[in-house]
Design a protein around this ligand. Sequence first.
Ligand code: NAP
Length: 464
Amino acid sequence: MTDFAGNQAIIEIVYLVASALFILSLKWMSTPATAQRGVRSGEIGMGLAIAGTLLHHGIIDYTSIAIALVIGSIIGVPLGLVKMTAVPQRTALSHAFGAFCVTLVGTAEFYLRSPNVPRFTMSVLSMEVILGSLTFTGSLMAAGKLQEFLPQRPLTYKGQNLVNLSLLAGSIAVAVYLVLHPGARQLFPVMVGMPLLFGVLMIVPIGGADMPTVISLLNSYAGLSAAAMGFVLDSKLLIVAGALDGSSGLILSVIMSKAMNRSFSNVLFGAFGQEQTSAAIGQEAKPVRSATAEEAAGILAAANKVVIVPGYGMAVAQAQHKVRELYDALSKRGVEVRFAIHPVAGRMPGHMNVLLAEADIPYDRLIEMDEINGDFPQTDVALIIGANDVTNPAARTDAGSPIYGMPILDVDKAHTVMVIKRSMSPGFAGIDNPLYYLDKTLMLFGDAKSFVNDIVRELSGGHH
Ligand code: NAP
């Protein structure tokens, strides 16, 4: 008995430390200077949480747990090694696994306890499995769309929202019935089945461009379902971790929606990115001015103030280290170089910060959009490296554009604009960029890494 109580106390202390580490982890991850510490403390917290759980008295045999740990590691380790550009779909897969697990636990708990399930427990258990099952299929669909296993294009039909919301409403109705009559075991699969289908149908009308926001929202649902599971299992650790996950996911989706100037309902029901290609094709014929690396190097060397705008293309080309060399070469010549960071440049929040930090570019050179936008009129050269949508002035001027209203980097106000990209292809939103046809714009066609390399070579060649 005392042994049991002692064991229980140790577990509670381990859980308390783990919860504290999760909270500190989120705090530290909010700035680049402490982000690595944040990741470490999150890992240690999770390690402690698993260890504490393994100490549990109720465990009579570790064999199946050991098998599960091995299988989990076999899946988890390769998932941790994917390219950074694939992190959004990787994250979606993690949510799918977490949500699947939550749904399975909820289902097991129901069949173990039914018909004696108190109303409160049945309510949170229903919330757990409804959120868990819609997050499971929704996350799988989101990952499939991002990995392009599934068409990125939104698929819409008349009455779609009604059909989807009825499914959700149906499962909530069944949940209410089960709260009142927890012995109706045959209804449980109906309560789980409807949100499973809803998860699939919910993602069908959402275009690829909105998927990262949706994934962040699904993250929040997964967290909430885990917190609900905490109430069912009477685990404070799960309640804390789930609530942290649920609220941080929600805050992140709000930040992303704001950065794209979209409302939640617009993200979820707006079928954004519908008329993809047509707009881009019509523009092919318009003339643009292009330049060589030698010309670009000359213009950069003559500038006083340069703002570099990195985007998704820099990530794809893995050009960040070359960009660092360019930063060094220009700084050495006395050119003031800063980096303009758009909140949704790349494919995930913080994408550019991470890449530039990896290349050891000082944090104080990275300037957020709101802060740097006022400086573009005094900027000699805005050098865009693989960014597109986040610089598209149509967001300010063209009320018919799908990205109208999205806050952008006002690069078109700089004296000269140079754009490194491989072709005239559109970016993620699939639309043409009027910036490229301005008189002040020079297109530098090529892969970001090799083009920046050529510029650096020209700069150092001219120097010696
Ligand atoms: P973008 O609009 O997707 O444009 C990237 C550009 O990079 C493309 O036009 C492409 O043109 C070029 N590119 C690709 N590979 C390249 C290479 N190897 N070398 C040089 N250029 C290359 O990117 P963005 O300006 O960063 O905007 C991000 C987009 O993602 C926005 O629409 C945003 O709303 C969306 N999004 C982001 C997040 C987030 O959290 N960051 C979340 C949701 C949605 P070429 O093919 O001609 O080379």
